[in-house]
Write a protein that binds this ligand. Structure first.
Ligand code: SAM
Length: 258
């Protein structure tokens, strides 16, 4: 059994992965006894699926209302894990990206969810010019609006509800940095990202890699697009982020394009 806790000291939700044969009621009781802030326990009952990257959960103990205000690195994020994608395990990765952003940068976060990456960036780098976020899940977009205002970042973060393919084109802007946190689909948006990037701009490209060659596929995808568009890329960093499934890891490749 493994679990994550999303929320704050007053109210949190535990998300558990139950192995066959384990007593889920007992596990839920023990979690709630040890972590008094946990008011609901959700069991994962499916993989993440579909465009919105949601999964099915079963409430195995506690309150039906699973909306929480999650705290990390000095900012807060309101969300319901049953309606939106969110991973507390990615907090450190958000900081890794935020630490790279320089004053005056214009940033695009594609697939922005409840806006944790944009908020991490604006919080860490108050001199950022503007961060544009595009998200297709209406619930995530609504939470993002609330999160941006609750962290007093409305002057820095501009939120768009819709499909990255159409909305990024409509924006018709060039960015210093583009974050692409959609490990199972970002490759279809690489042409667009190259197109929206300033000369020598940076892309953070997420993918899922197999342990035989963690970065091989992602590198091939990036190189193919660069070749097609007659661009030069420079790999800045290749990082294993988190285990994704047995023998697979979520990875990120940071690279610049000229
Ligand atoms: N960036 C957020 C985070 O770190 O918590 C969310 C990441 S989640 C892996 C990917 C997000 O992309 C989901 O919220 C999903 O709804 C959104 N998404 C998927 N396809 C999209 C598209 N074509 N345009 C805009 N958003 C999309």
């Amino acid at each position: 059994m493994s679990f994550d806790i999303i929320g704050n000291r007053e109210k949190a939700v535990a998300i558990v992965e139950i192995v066959e044969g384990e007593n889920e009621k007992k596990i839920a009781e023990e979690i709630m006894k040890k972590h008094k802030n946990v008011k609901s326990v959700l069991k994962k009952v499916s993989e993440r699926k579909g465009e919105l990257r949601l999964r099915d959960y079963e409430l195995i103990a506690g309150d039906e209302n699973t909306e929480v205000i999650h705290k990390e690195y000095g900012y807060s994020l309101k969300l319901d894990p049953r309606k939106v994608y969110f991973s507390p395990r990615e907090a450190k990765e958000r900081q890794r990206i935020a630490e790279q952003v320089k004053p005056g940068e214009k940033v695009l976060v594609m697939f922005s969810g409840v806006a944790p990456i944009a908020i991490a960036i604006a919080n860490k780098q108050p001199e950022v010019e503007k961060i544009y976020c595009i998200e297709i899940n209406k619930d995530a977009h609504e939470y993002a609006k609330e999160n941006v205002s609750r962290n007093k970042l409305s002057h820095k973060i501009f939120l768009i509800h819709g499909d990255v393919e159409q909305e990024a084109k409509k924006l018709n802007l060039k960015f210093d940095r583009i974050v692409m946190p959609l490990p199972f689909g970002a490759k279809s948006f690489l042409d667009l990202a190259f197109d929206c990037l300033k000369e020598n701009g940076i892309i953070h490209f997420y993918s899922v890699g197999d342990e035989k060659d963690f970065f091989g596929n992602a590198l091939k995808e990036i190189e193919a697009v660069a070749k097609k568009l007659n661009k030069k890329i420079k790999i800045l960093k290749m990082k294993k982020i988190l285990p994704y499934s047995p023998r697979k890891w979520k990875v990120c490749i940071d690279f610049s394009v000229s």
